[in-house]
Design a protein around this ligand. Structure first.
Ligand code: COA
Length: 300
């Protein structure tokens, strides 16, 4: 087995590896070689020095790791400067030495560029065609996350996804009389439609919920009937009074009217309140996704 730098003739093999990896995920649909042969498709804005390192065995692509240097994720990752990034790592289940060699090669690549940290599989770096919008690496691809864990990576971010197929927004009682819901007319958005609902008390906005349809998402045609939640929040002092439920019910109702049938929503794994809210409301657990970080020391 050798690790080489990607060349265009490897695009079909790399696409096959990618497709094999995401196949167990819900909503998976394969990408063609063009996703990789024309690098602009997979490229990440603001990411420099991007490269794909390919593991080849007897001339066949056995795995790959996509590396680069980029701005760090949010401040909660506590990273100074630009880390080396692993946008995606793919190897076949059962072939741990291949996965481990790719991971080592990626870390070495980052060290050679004097990076002191590596961020891996973070949702903001994932491919535009990766299946959960803003999802990190899925636990359903169950041989990849533990490879990072075993190599000393920490998990600064774990996002849990919920789905509701053929959603039927429940009737919910109106919030307190002094809180009003205002729903903007659905707006056109790059991925389809955007619905925004605000909760207002007097002049003050005290809650907000937004949803996006994925109808126009060119990379995820299998999600054309889906919508996904953006922001959801209710002012601290008014939480627990039914405003969150009203916001979500209204947002879903608007999406239903616009012809969307399925919904997904996500939250931090330890936001138990949101977790409880979504599952009691009608959503079902779908997946857990991990974003990894490792601090590099010279020669490690
Ligand atoms: C999550 C959030 C939007 C819920 O809004 P809310 O107006 O407080 O929620 P509601 O009063 O409509 O209650 C809906 C559900 O939330 C949960 N909930 C509400 N208050 C709760 C409390 N005091 N204790 C435990 N669960 C509670 C319950 O599951 C409740 O449903 P139930 O009463 O049928 O059991 C709100 O708590 C919030 O803004 N949190 C901070 C931001 C956030 O975490 N957003 C989600 C990020 S993905």
């Amino acid at each position: 087995m050798e690790i080489v730098t990607f060349e265009k003739e490897m695009a079909a093999g790399v696409a096959r590896c990618y497709n094999e990896l995401v196949e167990p995920m819900p909503y998976s649909s394969p990408v063609a070689r063009e996703a990789f042969s024309d690098f602009t498709h997979a490229q990440l804005q603001g990411c420099t020095e991007e490269e794909i390192l390919v593991a080849r065995d007897a001339g066949e692509v056995a795995g790959f790791v996509h590396v680069g240097v980029s701005a760090p994720p949010t401040h909660k990752w506590h990273i100074e400067g630009e880390p080396g990034v692993i946008r995606f790592l793919s190897y076949r289940r059962g072939e741990r030495p291949v996965g481990a060699a790719l991971l080592q090669a990626a870390e070495q690549w980052a060290r050679e560029r004097e990076r002191t940290a590596v961020v891996a599989e973070y949702g903001g770096y994932m491919y535009p065609f990766y299946l959960l919008p803003l999802g990190n690496i899925s636990e359903q691809i169950s041989h990849v996350p533990p490879l990072f864990g075993m190599a000393g990576y920490e998990v600064p971010e774990c996002e849990v996804f919920f789905e509701w197929r053929d959603f039927q927004p429940p009737e919910v009682s109106a919030p307190d009389a002094d809180v009003e819901l205002l729903c903007k007319k659905p707006q056109a958005h790059a991925s389809g439609l955007k619905v925004s609902v605000a909760a207002v008390q007097g002049e003050e906005q005290v809650g907000e919920f937004s949803m996006l349809s994925l109808r126009e998402d060119r990379w995820r045609p299998q999600l054309a009937d889906w919508c996904t939640a953006g922001l959801l929040c209710v002012a601290d002092r008014l939480q627990g009074r039914g405003i969150g439920k009203c916001l979500v019910a209204r947002g879903l109702t608007e999406m239903r009217k616009a012809g969307l049938r399925h919904a997904m929503i996500s939250t931090d794994w330890n936001n138990w309140r949101a977790y409880l809210f979504y599952t009691n409301f009608g959503f079902r657990f779908l997946d857990r996704t991990f974003g990894f970080r490792k601090r590099l020391t010279a020669g490690q």
